[in-house]
Design a protein around this ligand. Structure first.
Ligand SMILES: NC(=O)c1ccc[n+]([C@@H]2O[C@H](COP(=O)([O-])OP(=O)(O)OC[C@H]3O[C@@H](n4cnc5c(N)ncnc54)[C@H](O)[C@@H]3O)[C@@H](O)[C@H]2O)c1
Length: 326
């Protein structure tokens, strides 16, 4: 993995550190594991494969200091009798809207009971804890771009609420452990992230569009395509996360790339980048779909982070991955 854009503020050798990473078989978490393994750390990964892939664990198993245990983190965590964790990263949660309808209770349980178990472990180990929250905590935002002090506009009973509200609860739990038990906590709010290793049928916009374009099918746009998103390439996210973990404080950080595209522009961009002539077709907009989404990243930028991968570059790398899958 290319980590050449890592800022000089970050240590390149973490060989004396031990990480626990929940959700290791997932898209983002597999890159996070790999980043710390590349820096020599010992990494324990946990996953129940509800949305993760065995292939990602095969990639990570090539590293000698990677250990994996299959488990459902909201049921019970392994004993870890002889291990002392320095860092515990709470990254286990399905994140795609197609999952919200199918496994809402699993999503709510992992972000509540699962996060609680990881926080209790962090407290026992005196480990630094990071919660991977989401831009969805802002709901359909009334301010633009979104800053961390904005408290959000979320429908508690809508089709996205199992995810949005359970992530808000995970943030509340994390803050409570910081306040009451003095656990050294971090919260990141991740905006749309994409890259290789996403599921082709993931339901999120970039893999959807790329797979439709590669197959020469119509690109399906929900609504009129004027809603906006900001897309962050996965290695930039990993890098931003490390800045917050190592150099940040306990208050939330937006993580993402502030370049903003309408969904229609993104579809046209993908068609152009992949030299595809797929037509754009339109379907009704799902309820509570956020109309505008763009992070203000001043807080993470003040730690030395800036995104390095352009949309065009990131799309090319992602399309190459999906081409090999087809
Ligand atoms: N990718 C994004 O754009 C994005 C945006 C905002 C937030 N996030 C957050 O980042 C994290 C990773 O997201 P991702 O996109 O890589 O999703 P992903 O589904 O690829 O990864 C999540 C992993 O968690 C595992 N998991 C889920 N429930 C579990 C449980 N009960 N026990 C053990 N393992 C469990 C899944 O099997 C999967 O491997 C999630 O917390 C997600 O909410 C991602």
């Amino acid at each position: 993995m290319n980590t050449s854009h890592t800022s000089s503020n970050l240590k390149s050798d973490l060989s004396d550190k031990t990480f626990l990473i929940a959700g290791a078989a997932g898209f983002v978490p597999s890159y996070v594991c790999q980043n710390y393994l590349e820096k020599g750390a010992t990494v324990y990964g946990l996953d129940n494969f509800i949305t993760g892939s065995e292939e990602n664990i095969e990639i990570l198993s090539k590293y000698e200091k990677f250990h994996f245990e299959k488990c459902n983190i909201y049921e019970s965590l392994p004993d870890f009798k002889d291990v002392e964790f320095d860092y515990i990263l709470s990254l286990a949660s399905p994140a795609s809207p197609i999952d919200f309808k199918i496994i809402p209770l699993e999503i709510m349980r992992v972000n509540s009971e699962g996060t609680l178990k990881l926080l209790e472990l962090a407290s026992r180990h005196n480990a630094r804890f990071l919660e991977a929250s989401t831009s969805e905590v802002y709901g359909d935002p009334e301010i633009h771009p979104q800053v961390e002090s904005y408290v959000g506009h979320v429908n508690p009973i809508g089709p996205r609420s199992c995810y949005d509200e359970s992530k808000r609860f995970a943030e509340a739990l994390t803050m409570s452990f910081y306040n009451k038990y003095k656990v050294d906590t971090r919260i990141i709010r991740i905006f749309n992230t994409y890259g290789p290793r996403m599921r082709p049928n993931d339901g999120r916009v970039i893999p959807n569009f790329i797979n439709q374009a590669l197959r020469g099918n119509d690109i399906t746009i929900y609504g009129d395509g004027s809603q906006t998103r900001s897309f962050c390439y996965v290695t930039d996210l990993v890098n931003a996360m490390e800045h917050v973990l190592m150099l940040g404080d306990h208050m939330p950080y937006n993580i993402g790339n502030p370049d903003e595209y309408t969904i229609k522009e993104a579809a046209e961009f993908i068609n152009q980048a992949l030299r595809s002539d797929s037509k754009l077709s339109y379907s009704p907009l799902p309820a509570d779909d956020p109309k505008r989404r763009r992070p203000n990243i001043d807080r993470v930028a003040s730690l030395g982070f800036s995104p390095q991968v352009t949309f065009e570059d990131g799309l090319t790398r992602t399309a190459k991955f999906f081409k090999e899958k087809i």
